[in-house]
Design a protein around this ligand. Sequence first.
Ligand code: AP5
Length: 208
Amino acid sequence: MNIILLGPPGSGKGTQSYKLVEKYKLSHISTGDILRNQIADKTSLGLEAKKYMDKGDLVPDDLIIDMVSSTTKDIDSILLDGFPRTINQALSLEKEMNNLDKTINYVLYFDVPFDDLIDRLSQRISCKNCSKTFSKKDDEYICVEGCLNQELYQREDDKPSSVAKRMETYKELTEPLLEFYEKKGLLNKISANSSILEVSLEIDKILQ
Ligand code: AP5
């Protein structure tokens, strides 16, 4: 089973990925996490990507496409989180999947009102070790993945000026993918502004 998670910043793609990976034995490919690891390792890709990410812009397609295709070719069941994000990336993925004799089975679209997203992103804190995300509204600021000593931090691009730009970028470049996948009969809309558990149950109904 190969799945794409599609949705605006803060819509809960990362949060649900951790559950899906465990339940359906998928390999999680989060382009955001890969890029943040590249930045932490100070690679040339990381240094180049950081210039775009901090401002809330997308990293150029050629860099992202090369990065993803070098990962997907050896994997059977893929959960793509944050890719594709442009029509160009979607076309390239389609070509890559055809070459590998694979198909995308589901595109799960996380639908959340924009005002809720702004609130979620301003409250989000992430684990420096495993990248899992939490909310400042949670009772305890600790990573539940066994990373107890790992600092939780606010991402640079979750600061208000970058969030506004990320929302604009999403509307302009990523939202057209909804029609792209709708026409292919792959799009499944999730009401992702309910609780984390309810969202998870809604996804299960689609996948089972
Ligand atoms: P990326 O890391 O992919 O960021 P994003 O798509 O903007 O998604 P987020 O990580 O912000 O949100 P999410 O949907 O995963 O939400 P989460 O589960 O954390 O990309 C970052 C940057 O990298 C991009 O801006 C771009 O520059 C670059 N990039 C990445 N991929 C690229 C690509 N393909 N092409 C070009 N550039 C690329 O949840 C958010 C918060 O809400 C958390 O605090 C969580 O606890 C809380 N929450 C989750 N679900 C719920 C719920 N149901 N109810 C209440 N709270 C909830």
